[in-house]
Design a binder for this molecule. Sequence first.
Ligand code: ZN
Ligand code: ZN
Length: 364
Amino acid sequence: MTKTARAAVMTAAGKDLEIVEYPLPGVEPGCLLVKVTCCTICGSDVHSWRGRRAAPTPAILGHEIVGEVVELGEGVTRDTGDRPLRVGDRITWTIMDNCGKCYYCREKGLMMKCRYLKKYGHDSCEEPPHFIGGFAEYCYLTPGTCVVKIPDPLGDEEVAPANCALATVVAAWEAGDVKPFENVLIQGAGALGFYAAALARHYGCRRIVVTDILDHRLDLIKSFGATDAINVNRMSDEKIIQTVRNLTDGFGVDCAMEVGGNPDLIPVGLRCLRTGGRYVEVGNSAPGALFTYDACDIVWRRLTLTGIHNYDARHLQAGVDFLDQTREEFPFKDIVTHRVTMDNINEGLRLADSGKAVRVAVIP
Ligand SMILES: [Zn+2]
Ligand SMILES: [Zn+2]
């Protein structure tokens, strides 16, 4: 008899997830079967669940996943970093399976925009192998997935948000070309903001200014390297811009990153840049995020604006290495603030949507 396993399934956007049993797939060559040990709830899971962005159904959401290898398909002997891979190893993996051969994969270096992209936690789970999302007991990895073995000292909850939040922030600072002794602005003190601050500190940035409207998050981000954590709740845009300029000898920051997911932050962030500054837009990952800006300011002040959506395999590896190297320096454990079991996942999603939690971990 075929063994079955449980998954929390989104049958329609806006509805509570339902527990469904699916048959476990046989493991094909080049594939892996993984027992999920932890999956954290990302903002985009909440967007899909609330119907703020189009998502196919039925779907198993969840892509910030950590698990243990249960079965290796024929030919799978090493992870993407060429480390030997065995049954029982703890791994995480890229949010996507990309073909490696198409125009974007091969010619343009944009594997996250592969023309034949499959994304964990985003595609329909109707057909076998079913288990292609993190809110389930198992996950089935297909051959175009880049697997990263997790160093022993890192806990599951510490490393789960690496596959999305941290890897995306690594890609974003790379796009912003952040250098030592530069001044940076981070708009948003959620999980991405925490990682952005820690990385900026690690890179040797001088002023690491963070804005948000929640005091408890601003307090916490100081332990992730923020030099100035500012509550902008009652501040006018002009006041925010002046405050950031005052912190940077009157010039403004070299680079700013928007991770708050609010389009209103973009005009303020752009005006906080020094002449020649770089702006990296990350947070607005649901359509309809409109903003108005004077293009003349971009021209006259030589500003650069870049969007970052997901990441490349090397960013995930760098993220895991960063956690391993700096785990004594920054309280990454504090990013997961709440835990739920799969049976209570709807409660977990509501918590994640409320802003009370930084990251909610779902333990199958
Ligand atoms: Zn491709
Ligand atoms: Zn995500």
